[in-house]
Design a protein around this ligand. Structure first.
Ligand code: PGA
Length: 250
C-alpha cells in the first residue's frame, strides 16, 4: 500500500509573514487528517519558519531545490547540510521551471538525488514532457530517458525514500489538466522505468504524484486512478482553504 502524498509547491510566492498566516489557517483545517501525507514546499526565506510552525503536526515541509555539495563558491545555492541545519528533511528536485528557466539538467538532478539520499533528505523528483514532445508521440521515450538519467546508479536501498512527480509541462499553470487516463498511462511508464533502474519492489513502493493544474474539482478523479499516488499542487496550494479541500478529496 502506497500512502498518498498531497504536496503544495509554493514556487516564488509568499513572504515569511504570508507563509505563517497560511500555516495558521491551514493546520486546523487538516487537523487529524492521516489518510494522506501533507507536504509544503515554501521558498527558502519562509522554510525555517514553516518547519518550526508545523513541527509535531501532520503537515511537513521541504525545500524547492538544493545544491549537491556541502559548501563552496556557488553563489545563490543552498547545500544539503544547510537544509539539515534548519531541520529540513525533504527536497523537491528537477522541477520543470528549474529545467526550463534555470538550466537544470537531469544529470545534475542525479547528483542532487545522490546527495539528498546520503544526507537522509527525502527527495521528490519531477519528470514530464513538453507539449511538442507529446504531439510528436515522444512522451514515452522522453519520460524513460528522464528517469534513467535522474536515477543513474541509484540502488534499491537508496531509492527507499524517493517520491516522484509526473508533471506534463503543458499542464503546469495553464488550467489544462492531463486526463486521469493520460496521467495514469504516464505514471505506468515511469513505474516501469523505475523497475528497470531500481528493481520491481522499489517501483511497487514508490509514490508517483501527478502535478499540473490540480484543483479541488479534479483531484478526486485523478486520485481514483490506480497509478496515481498523490498530487503536486502549485497555484491551488496557495490558499489554505482551497488546498485543504484538495487534501480532503473524496
Ligand atoms: P500548477 O503547478 O498546479 O499551478 O499547475 C504545479 C507545479 O508546477 O508543481
Amino acid at each position: 500500500m502506497r500512502k498518498p502524498v498531497i504536496a503544495g509547491n509554493w514556487k516564488m510566492y509568499k513572504t515569511p509573514k504570508e507563509s505563517l498566516a497560511f500555516v495558521d489557517e491551514f493546520l486546523p483545517l487538516v487537523k487529524g487528517h492521516d489518510r494522506d501525507e501533507i507536504l509544503l514546499f515554501p521558498t527558502l526565506t519562509s522554510l525555517e519558519r514553516v518547519l518550526d510552525a508545523t513541527a509535531g503536526t501532520n503537515v511537513h515541509a521541504g525545500a524547492q531545490t538544493m545544491h549537491w555539495l556541502n559548501e563552496g563558491a556557488y553563489t545563490g545555492q543552498t547545500s544539503p547540510t544547510m537544509l539539515l541545519s534548519i531541520g529540513c528533511r525533504q527536497v523537491l528536485l528537477g522541477h520543470s521551471e528549474q529545467r526550463l528557466y534555470l538550466n537544470e539538467t537531469f544529470e545534475r538532478v542525479n547528483l542532487k538525488l545522490k546527495a539528498a539520499i546520503s544526507h537522509g533528505i527525502a527527495p521528490m523528483v519531477c519528470f514530464g514532457e513538453l507539449l511538442t514532445e507529446r504531439e510528436q508521440m515522444q512522451t514515452e521515450e522522453v519520460l524513460r530517458t528522464q528517469v534513467r538519467t535522474a536515477l543513474h546508479n541509484i540502488s534499491a536501498s537508496e531509492a527507499q525514500r524517493l517520491a516522484i512527480a509526473y508533471e506534463p509541462i503543458w499542464a503546469i499553470g495553464t488550467g489544462i489538466t492531463a486526463s486521469p487516463e493520460m496521467a495514469n498511462e504516464a505514471h505506468e511508464i515511469i513505474r516501469q522505468e523505475l523497475a528497470h533502474c531500481c528493481g520491481a519492489e522499489t517501483a511497487q513502493n514508490t509514490r508517483i504524484l501527478y502535478g499540473g493544474s490540480v484543483k479541488p474539482d479534479n483531484i478526486s478523479e485523478l486520485m481514483a486512478q490506480e497509478q496515481i499516488d498523490g498530487a503536486l499542487v502549485g497555484g491551488a496550494s496557495l490558499v489554505a482553504e482551497t488546498f485543504a479541500k484538495i487534501v480532503q478529496y473524496k
